[in-house]
Design a protein. Structure first.
Length: 236
């Protein structure tokens, strides 16, 4: 299931964008699309439950509240990919910054061919067609696809393994030994209970037996894995 939020106040353009997303996604994937509104995120609509995870958002910033909506989405869903809809009257400084971190841009008025091309490139940021690029977990009867590049680390605790993203984790019944063996080479064993994705390592504190990840996350480094970690990191 691909979760997409479309924040567009103009009904005609919102419907056009949704149809284009469905059309482009259908070309390369059989996965279903699930669409949400900003009300689902802010809780303004009582009947709408806030989604646990959003893969992507398309946000119109031509009106004043648009930038605020994009910033809110980035705070609530740090891993989300954001496509900005704008025009020449809006300064790019407002959305090309860490608070929004837009991945792509559509300029109004929308042109069908260019819009479809941009949406296609945008979808490819998180819709991975090759199975080996993702790890699959079962959650509440639904199969979730987690891109390896967004998995920060694995942690074994309470007889399960927790797959940790930035703002959410998924518990699975497996062993840390097995996952360490089958995960891509970017994932290195640093502790009997931890496997870390080295692309998120900001600093290794060998004296303190700890690893500092981006976003100030800290995980342990055991003495028995120090040599291996040093060897791997010397080639990164």
């Amino acid at each position: 299931m691909i979760s997409v939020l479309v924040s567009e106040n103009k009904e005609k353009e919102r419907e056009l964008l949704i149809e284009m997303i469905k059309h482009v996604a259908a070309k390369g994937s059989e996965e279903r699309l699930e669409f949400f509104s900003m009300g689902a995120v802010t809780g303004e609509e009582e009947e709408t439950k806030k989604p646990e995870k959003l893969d992507a958002a398309i946000v119109d910033v031509t009106e004043e509240e648009g930038i605020s909506a994009a910033k809110l989405l980035r705070r609530e869903y740090p891993e989300i990919e954001i496509l900005i809809v704008s025009d020449d009257a809006v300064s790019p400084i407002l959305y090309l910054n860490p608070e929004v971190r837009a991945a792509s841009l559509l300029l109004l008025p929308l042109q069908k061919e260019m819009t479809e091309q941009t949406i296609g490139e945008f979808l490819n940021l998180f819709v991975k067609m090759e199975r080996e690029d993702c790890f699959y977990v079962e959650q509440k009867g639904e199969k979730k696809r987690l891109p390896y590049q967004k998995i920060r680390y694995l942690e074994a605790r309470e007889k399960r393994v927790y797959v940790r993203m930035l703002n959410v984790e998924y518990a699975i019944y497996d062993t840390i030994d097995h996952l360490a063996a089958v995960f891509p080479r970017e994932f290195i064993r640093c502790h009997r209970s931890y496997v870390v994705n080295c692309i998120y390592i900001e600093r290794i504190r060998y004296a303190d037996n700890s690893i500092l990840l981006t976003e100030n996350q800290i995980i342990p480094l055991s003495r028995s894995y120090k040599t291996k970690v040093k060897e791997v990191m010397s080639h990164v």
